[in-house]
Write a protein that binds this ligand. Structure first.
Ligand SMILES: Cc1cc2nc3c(=O)[nH]c(=O)nc-3n(C[C@H](O)[C@H](O)[C@H](O)COP(=O)(O)OP(=O)(O)OC[C@H]3O[C@@H](n4cnc5c(N)ncnc54)[C@H](O)[C@@H]3O)c2cc1C
Length: 374
């Protein structure tokens, strides 16, 4: 008999998991409370580990073709003093892609595999689910499914917010990812297909976790003025109502497992629902690709759901939580507010040979599939 899976959430995690399940022979329904995908203002950096994981669910080629292949470029101070030079080898390839494009690719593939997506469908409790053999909670930072599994783990505000947008292609768009660090702030530009994603992240004690959006463009322009010229140009070349300010939340690493059989129907958490992290190491979506790739391999190798869950936890919990912790450390380091910490950071970035930075980036990102020889 065909097994049925219900995925809650049609974001990146929900759609990649739905693809892994449908490729493994499941009949899949995806439920999302939103009537339409989110408004297009986010650009994503897909790092080496994410690309490896996408290859395991046969999506690497299409994503690479739709995005722009680039790599880490220079890191400068807010005044434009170079701290770290660009990497010189092909190590650390990154694909820059619009979230909108990625979601379309995933939705098309899910559709081709016969996944049914029901929008404007809010899940409040398991009573809202259709009959199913497996529930996948891909419902983001404030996950409802997570509340059934571990009600006490709640998202926390990082103390920082991020202003971002997508500008048209400009002459000043760098070919490589370029970043700036200042006092309590960092910023960057990621080249995309026909445009660029820019962001400024800053400690924001004034507005705290408020999400009110109407002042975002003015605030971004003001913050952009603290950095070198290309950033202000990109902010000015972005439609005012397409500039977003997002307070940065993360999930504390209190989940001992991403799975549960407590409610009767086996449930599994993926993406931000399981391991939301601040975006300082650009790993949120990349970790969701790893979730889906692991799920794909285990669905093939483990017919028993309890063994599958045990192996999923072994492969994913420690790995994702390590990324959450490293991302947290990175944001504190890159957005240091104390002048002495900032000076130490700048000196460390300046002194670190590019080759060492490349090796560290490769090591920290390296993902090994559960079916690879170890
Ligand atoms: C500024 C910024 C830059 C980033 N840059 C990068 C990057 O470069 N690289 C990277 O890898 N990551 C990056 N990230 C992180 C990445 O965007 C997220 O980790 C990723 O989008 C999470 O996807 P998700 O599907 O888990 O969650 P979401 O995108 O939040 O999707 C959850 C879905 O569930 C639905 N939903 C929620 N509750 C319910 C419910 N009760 N019933 C039904 N539906 C529900 C929602 O409508 C939504 O569609 C960045 C994040 C930010 C903020």
């Amino acid at each position: 008999m065909t097994k049925r899976a219900t995925v809650v959430g049609a974001g990146i995690a929900g759609l990649t998991s739905a693809i892994a399940l449908a490729e493994s022979g499941y009949e899949v329904v995806v439920l999302d409370r939103a009537a339409a995908p989110p408004k297009p203002s986010l650009g994503l950096a897909i790092t080496g580990n994410g690309l490896e994981a996408l290859a395991a669910i046969e999506l690497r080629g299409v994503v690479e073709r739709a995005g722009v292949t680039t790599r880490m470029g220079r890191i400068l101070t807010d005044a434009g003093t170079p701290l770290m030079q660009e990497t010189e080898t092909g190590a650390g390839d990154i694909v820059g892609i619009r979230e909108e494009t990625l979601l379309r690719i995933l939705a098309d593939r899910a559709d081709d595999l016969g996944v049914e997506t029901r929008r404007a469908t809010l899940v409040r409790s398991d009573a809202d689910l259709p009959e199913t053999d497996l529930v996948v909670g891909a419902d983001g930072l404030r996950s409802t499914v997570r509340r059934w599994i571990k009600p006490r783990v709640q998202p926390d505000y990082s103390g920082a917010a991020c202003w971002f947008g997508i500008s048209d292609a400009l002459e000043s768009t760098p070919e490589l990812v370029t970043s700036w660090v200042g006092r309590g702030t960092e910023a960057g530009i990621l080249p995309l297909d026909n445009g660029a994603f820019w962001y400024i992240s800053a400690i924001d004690r004034q507005r705290g976790p408020s999400t009110a959006g109407e002042k975002s463009a003015a605030e971004a322009a003001q913050l952009g003025g603290l950095f070198e010229a290309p950033l202000s140009e990109h902010i000015a070349a972005t439609q005012r109502d397409a500039v977003t300010r997002q307070p940065l939340f993360y999930l504390p690493t209190g989940l001992p497992r991403f799975t549960s059989t407590r409610t009767g129907t086996p449930a599994l958490l993926v993406g931000d629902a399981a391991h939301a992290m601040v975006p300082s190491l650009v790993q949120g979506a990349n970790q969701t690709f790893e979730d889906a790739a692991v799920l794909r391999v285990l669905l093939r190798d483990e017919p028993n759901i309890e063994t599958l869950f045990a192996r999923f936890n072994e492969e994913r919990v420690q790995r994702a939580q390590r990324m959450q912790i490293r991302s947290w450390r990175a944001i504190r380091w890159m957005q240091a507010t104390h002048p002495v910490t900032g000076a130490v950071r700048n000196a460390a970035l300046k002194l670190m040979p590019t080759m060492v930075a490349e090796i560290l980036t490769d090591w920290h990102g390296r993902w090994v599939s559960p079916d690879a020889p170890r």
